[in-house]
Ligand binder design. Structure first.
Ligand code: SF4
Length: 428
């Protein structure tokens, strides 16, 4: 199926979940097939009070590297397998999760467009996709006015569905997405057969005709819309939380006072399939909401790091680490250990209170080497680093690391760690 899609020019796939199991399968598929991304959610028709699936378990899946949306979620007043009240409650939980993680929300709506708009309100903080839209025109126009994306699938190509084609023609082009909803809703001329991603070309052709545009121009616009809706492309969403080596990492800043010659930031935008580069500093409220949705069963430790130096946001760091500790996490700080350059010893001791473990990047064995290789803003940073190691040892279990770098003789770094009497690990 993926091969036939590729032959039709389809290079990217969004696979939403409808239950915990299908969301996990989608996440797995996304990690094993190029171009595939996943969404995690519980469909309104899949949820019932006796189901073992709970929206509280979704964050565990959202931590995976290529899960970039929450969904399908929403309301279904056509099948109504559960009460409206319960559907709304579960839908609201999905909205909160999407906002906390900064993920796009993929909304299912059947005979419930007005209710969906009411529940969403007009200030959802993430992109919203009204998936496979077939609802009334006024709700589509209102959704587009709010900045939501309207997804059109096979039904818009059906002969009798002139209305949906007219609706697509009346919406701003930058709000329109196309999709298949495979394996359902095959477009004309394939109705009745199993749908698959390659058939999205039929929807693209229908949009081309409506817009009166060349198919390649249409494809360009629709691709741009998809990248924006899913927060991919040049302004890709930053992963603020991610799962690696069985631990949960929280990426709280992009700033650093060092300019290490080996810094990964100079070479790549992330690790392990996660996009960690920041476009600006992440909002405090968002980081707090993420922690509130996590539980210690999702990862052994909660590690505060950055695509930068986390102690550059000391108050926030202490607050977040305190909340994580209160939630039962074993909490670790990954730091370059130079914060005594901008914090007093008292402030530093206070900052370290919630931490169980502090991992300090030693990287070199002396001041001169440190200034040459790590290029700190403060030329006395090495002395501050040594003081920090001593101070951190009074609050938490300390371990040292060093990145393997050709300009540093690792034996001397190892020797220093041994003299300090602390566990040491070479990285990279
Ligand atoms: S301390 Fe870490 S984040 Fe900062 S420059 Fe060095 S390697 Fe990069």
């Amino acid at each position: 199926m993926l091969v036939s899609a590729a032959e039709s020019g389809v290079t990217g796939f969004m696979v939403p979940g409808i239950s915990l199991e299908s969301s996990l399968n989608a996440a797995f598929l996304s990690e094993t097939r190029a171009g595939v991304y996943a969404a995690a959610g519980i469909h309104p028709n899949e949820f019932n009070p006796d189901s073992p699936d709970s929206p509280d378990d979704i964050p565990e899946i959202l931590l995976r590297p290529r899960v970039i949306a929450v969904g399908e979620t929403g309301l279904d007043l056509y099948r109504k397998r559960t009460s409206v009240e319960l559907q709304i409650e579960v839908f609201k939980k999905h909205i909160r999760l999407a906002e906390a993680f900064g993920l796009t929300l993929i909304v299912h709506s059947r005979n419930a467009e007005r209710e969906v708009l009411d529940v969403l309100g007009d200030d959802v903080a993430v992109p919203v996709i009204m998936h496979c839209f077939t609802g009334p025109d006024d709700t589509a126009l209102e959704a587009a006015d709010r900045g939501y994306y309207i997804g059109f699938a096979g039904p818009m190509t059906f002969d009798k569905n002139r209305r949906l084609r007219d609706l697509a023609g009346s919406l701003p082009p930058d709000r329109i997405l196309i999709e298949t909803d495979a394996p359902y809703l095959s477009p004309e001329p394939l109705r009745g057969r199993r749908n698959e991603p390659s058939n999205v070309k039929y929807i693209a052709d229908a949009i081309s005709e409506i817009w009166g545009r060349d198919p390649s121009m249409t494809a360009g616009t629709l691709m741009k819309n998809s990248l924006k809706a899913l927060q991919l492309g040049p302004t890709r969403r930053t992963d603020l939380v991610y799962l690696l080596y069985g631990n949960i990492y929280m990426n709280i800043t992009g700033r650093c006072t060092n300019r290490c010659r080996f810094c990964i930031k100079e070479r790549t935008d992330g690790i392990g399939g996660y996009f960690l580069k920041h476009h600006g500093e992440p909002l405090e409220g968002r980081l707090e909401s993420i922690i509130e949705s996590l539980s210690p069963r999702m990862g052994e430790e909660l590690v505060f790091c950055g695509y930068g130096e986390p102690t550059m946001r000391p108050e926030l760091l202490r607050k977040l680490a305190g909340s994580a500790s209160d939630r039962g996490f074993s909490v670790r700080l990954n730091t370059n250990g130079t914060c005594l350059s901008w914090l007093s010893p008292e402030e530093t001791a206070e900052l370290l209170e919630p931490f169980d473990t502090v991992s300090v990047s030693l990287n070199t064995s002396c001041r001169e080497e440190y200034n040459t290789v790590c290029r700190p803003a403060d030329e006395n940073a090495w002395d501050r680093l040594m003081e920090f190691i001593e101070l951190a040892g009074r609050a938490a279990s300390v371990r040292l690391t060093a990145v393997r770098y050709s300009g540093v003789p690792m034996e001397s770094v190892k020797e220093l760690a041994k003299n300090l009497g602390l566990p040491f690990r070479i990285r990279g």
